[in-house]
Design a binder for this molecule. Structure first.
Ligand code: GDP
Length: 811
């Protein structure tokens, strides 16, 4: 025989692993296929206690179903029986659980019990089927579905909807092409059989329903025969009577009781000898096998069609969505790693020693700018230093700068944020104030040109000659500056900078496709990169500190080095100027021009008195409130009347409280400025001052005096740049050797050992599936592979079938 059922059951096992296509997915129905891909099963229905389980166990020849009065079947059990004629072993398998084979049928029973009881009592039934396969030489190839029994009476614990729930669940299984096994007990009137009612709803012609009358021994034989032959509920496939329990019966006329097997029972009663009557489990089995096989045969061509169309659809999707690309989890993983290695290589190639040096130097130069801002640009004597070099006169506005320059001890890059908190000690360089020279007589001239701002020029400061004392002061300042640069932990900062740079690069490498889909991989790469760098960090820092040690005490500068640094520092100042201008533009663009100007005047007046403009504002508002109740508003005073030697008031008061404020505030006109506006005005003024100083320095640095290394005390920016260059050169030698080369060497190896070696097929698959596009593609490819396998097997079956049919005709 061609064993059609067996082969189709094998095919069904493969089909079960074919994931539903996208469209089926949308319905949220993952467990069942479109019915076209379904093969017929025998669905067993019946009321509770009708003997359903006993019949199933009799068919299998094993006791394996859970017993009990309290709804023990809560999920459908999809039972596949596989005949294994060449073996003597009998065992079961739960493919969903992956437990492997189970030889002990009591164990199977317990497992089924647990799986059923896992459905909470409040839900009572679940439509998630339990799959069970039983392999045995004693079972026929069959596919049966055991369903929860219909209940007549709902007990107290069960919700009233339960009856309907069970009905709905069964109804789903009673559709074409399934065969219905309607189990009715002989001691219950067929008219009351829930099973027959359900069967009639779904199979009104009775063409695919087999009636099973159980407990035949419970009825009088002639009554039983009547049930089996009745025509009130005609079924095309007829009724079969069974006895699934040994029957106690009196032996002859004695009062002895003997136990009769089913066949003995039927043999004993002549009523059952009637021709055409179907009785016995054996008959039932043979009938099931035949009916299922026929049903399978009828379903074959529609199954072939369904598989073909699924296959075509899958192929189409692969073509349209993925252009027939081939991919496997392994190839995807290898490519992903490759792309990362390639990116790393590209980075390695464009980040050698020269680039490292450029980065370190750039970083050190920003430190140079900080040091210059701190020790020079905010030094009230900076004008003097600059003018001495350019041999020009101090511009009148320089006096203004002097009063505030101490507040500008920050680089332009940070200016906007840092100015908010800028209250660097104002008195720090107090004595130097008097030393600042107004320069040549023309200074006064230019001060008058600059109008109201020219107070400093009229301040009567005498021009003084450059002295040895000045030289000493600026030499000392230069030493301090150099020390600030060399002794500030260059090793730690430069190493950290390079570490950050490498980590940033690694991060940007893995923040791109395809690693955005692989968060764990991303973390892993980051963590081993960190580990490599961490292991080298301290030794690198120490090496760098060692190598730059000599520069902490003395820096020798050659003229050619100086000349290069002169150019570079010019560019650095230029950059600072650019940043200042950007900050100014930003500040101005966010405030109406007129408001800003008025606020700036107000701030300038407060500044001259050394007062905090916001505190002044608060004080004035208070006074204004007092005045307005007694006298009309004061006429506005001309701005110039606010002019007064700044030193007087600032000497008297440093904050906006106390008696002495009265004098200082009397001539400032009150107007309402928001604190935000005032802060903005302050910032604009400070940046303007900074710009003035930077312009001054630019001029000084490009002068011929600054062209010569001997004059370094006048040109700290250039000198510090030379120092930065030397530090960078030496630091990089060691950072490159200790850290960078090592990192470049280890990174690809770590990548391989962490991500590639020792991965299981499942891990590689999981990795690939994290990428949604690849995951979907893999599902589709696998689906196609399985469907192709099913298709080729089906085609074999069809060919065989045709051969047997034509062979049969030939005979
Ligand atoms: P289910 O609830 O429909 O699965 O019914 P069971 O198979 O558990 O059977 C219910 C009861 O009927 C049990 O006590 C069985 O022992 C009993 N029973 C089953 N088959 C027969 C039979 O052929 N004859 C007799 N007398 N009792 C049976």
């Amino acid at each position: 025989l061609m064993e059609l059922t067996k082969k189709l059951l094998e095919i069904q096992t493969i089909l079960k692993t074919v994931k539903p296509s996208e469209s089926a997915d949308d319905n949220g129905d993952e467990t069942r296929h479109s019915s076209a891909l379904q093969l017929p099963s025998i669905v067993v229905i019946g009321s509770q206690s009708s003997g359903k389980s006993s019949v199933l166990e009799a068919i299998v020849g094993q006791e394996f179903l859970p017993k009990g009065s309290n709804m023990v079947t809560r999920r459908p059990i999809e039972l596949t029986l596989i005949n294994t004629p060449e073996s003597t072993e009998e065992y079961g398998e739960f493919p969903q659980l992956g437990l492997g084979r189970i030889d002990d049928f009591r164990h199977i029973q317990r497992t089924l019990h647990d799986l059923n009881m896992a459905v909470p009592e409040t839900e009572c039934v679940s439509d998630k089927p339990i799959e069970l396969r039983i392999y045995s030489p004693h079972v026929p190839d069959l596919r049966l579905v055991d369903l929860p029994g219909y209940i007549q009476v709902v007990n107290r614990k069960q919700p009233p909807v339960l009856r309907q729930k069970i009905r709905d669940l069964c109804e789903g299984y009673l559709k074409q092409p399934n065969i219905i096994l309607a189990v009715c007990a002989a001691d219950v009137d067929l008219a009351n059989s829930e099973a027959l009612k359900a069967s009639r709803r779904n199979d009104p012609m009775g063409t695919r329903t087999i009636g099973v009358i159980t407990k035949v021994d419970m009825a009088e034989p002639d009554m039983a025969v009547h049930m089996l032959t009745q025509n009130d509920y005609p079924l095309h496939l007829g009724y079969i009577g069974v006895v699934c329990k040994p029957v106690k019966e009196k032996a002859g006329r004695t009062s002895h009781e003997i136990l009769l097997s089913e066949s003995q029972y039927f043999g004993r009663h002549a009523e059952f000898q009637q021709p055409g009557l179907q009785v016995g489990v054996g008959t039932l089995r043979r009938k099931l096998v035949r009916v299922l096989e026929e049903s399978m045969r009828r379903s074959l061509s529609s199954l072939v069609d369904a598989v073909r169309s699924e296959l075509e659809e899958t192929r189409y999707q692969i073509k349209v969505q993925y252009n027939d690309e081939r991919v496997s989890p392994e190839s995807y993983m290898a490519e992903s790693l490759d792309s990362l290695k390639q990116r790393f290589k590209a980075f390695q190639q464009q980040f050698g020693k020269p680039q490292l040096r450029a980065e370190v130097q750039r970083w050190l130069e920003s430190r140079v700018m900080d040091v210059c801002a701190e020790l020079y640009w905010s030094n009230p004597a900076i004008g003097e230093l600059s003018n001495h070099v350019t041999r020009s006169r101090a511009a009148g506005w320089l006096a203004d700068i002097r009063t505030k320059s101490a507040q500008v001890a920050t680089t332009a890059a940070n200016i906007v944020s840092e100015l908010l908190a800028a209250d660097t000690a104002k008195e720090q360089k107090g004595p130097q104030l008097n030393k600042v020279s107004a320069g040549e007589p023309t200074a006064r001239q230019s001060s008058s040109v600059s109008g109201g701002k020219g107070k400093g020029g009229n301040n009567g400061q005498a021009a003084s000659e450059w002295s040895d004392e000045d030289d000493a002061y600026w030499d000392h300042q230069l030493d301090r500056a150099s020390a600030l640069l060399t002794k500030s932990g260059v090793g730690r900062w430069t190493t950290q900078m390079v570490v950050d740079l490498l980590m940033n690069n690694v991060t940007s490498m893995i923040d791109a496709e395809p690693f955005v889909h692989h968060p764990e991989t991303r973390e892993m790469v980051l963590s081993f990169s960190q580990a490599i760098l961490r292991s080298k960090y301290h030794s690198t820092v120490d090496q760098v500190e060692n190598t730059i040690k000599p520069f902490k005490y003395e820096v020798e500068v050659e003229q050619h080095e100086w000349a290069k640094a002169q150019k570079r520092s010019g560019a650095l100042i230029e950059n600072e100027i650019r940043l200042c201008r950007q900050a100014l533009t930003k500040l101005r663009s966010s405030t109406p021009k007129k408001q800003l100007q008025q606020a700036m005047q107000f701030v300038a007046m407060a500044d001259k008195r050394g007062l905090d403009p916001i505190a002044v504002q608060v004080e004035l508002a208070r006074r204004n409130a007092e005045h307005s109740t007694t006298s009309p508003e004061q006429p506005p005073k001309p701005e110039t009347s606010a002019a007064e030697p700044a030193t007087q008031t600032s000497a008297q008061s440093t904050s906006g409280n106390g008696e002495s404020d009265n004098d200082a505030l009397d001539d400032i006109h009150y107007a309402q400025y928001s604190p935000r506006l005032l802060r903005r005005a302050q910032q604009v003024l400070m940046i303007q001052d900074r710009l003035s100083i930077l312009h001054l320095r630019r001029k000084a640095l490009s002068s011929s005096t600054c062209g010569a290394v001997e004059n370094k005390r006048f040109c700290p920016e250039i000198f510090l740049d030379v120092v930065a260059e030397k530090l960078a050169y030496n630091a990089v030698m060691f950072i490159n050797f200790e850290l960078l080369q090592d990192f470049f060497f280890q990174f690809p190896r770590e990548l391989d050992s962490n991500l590639y070696y020792g991965k299981s097929a499942q891990q590689i698959r999981d990795f690939a599936s994290q990428n949604p596009r690849i995951g979907k593609q893999l599902v589709l490819l696998e689906r196609r592979m399985r469907l192709e396998l099913v298709m080729s097997r089906l085609q074999d079956l069809v060919r065989q079938q045709v051969a047997t049919e034509t062979g049969g005709h030939g005979r």
